[in-house]
Design a protein around this ligand. Structure first.
Ligand SMILES: [Zn+2]
Length: 80
């Protein structure tokens, strides 16, 4: 289950990348101090006013030109 990447910017790099794992933590801060008042675990519901992170799990940086994009961009380009 390997995935091929190709950088859509420099178009030549297919081997050197930085994989950035994105982990969102839902928190509630004290508006005055910025202190974390509550930290919600994965299964916990932070309530109807709190929009949960829907973004991609990982982003990729091309280690040649430095472009950071969603993984899908690199996967799509690898098939061209
Ligand atoms: Zn690149």
């Amino acid at each position: 289950m390997s995935t091929r990447y190709c950088c859509p910017n420099c178009k030549t790099n297919r081997s050197r990348f930085n994989i950035i794992e994105q982990t969102a933590h839902a928190v509630k801060l004290d508006p005055q101090t910025g202190e974390v008042m509550e930290r919600f675990e994965n299964s916990e519901d932070p309530g109807p006013l709190h929009t949960l992170y829907q973004g991609p799990e990982r982003r990729i940086q091309c280690a040649v030109c430095g472009l950071i994009e969603n993984e899908l961009m690199f996967i799509k380009f690898a098939d061209k």
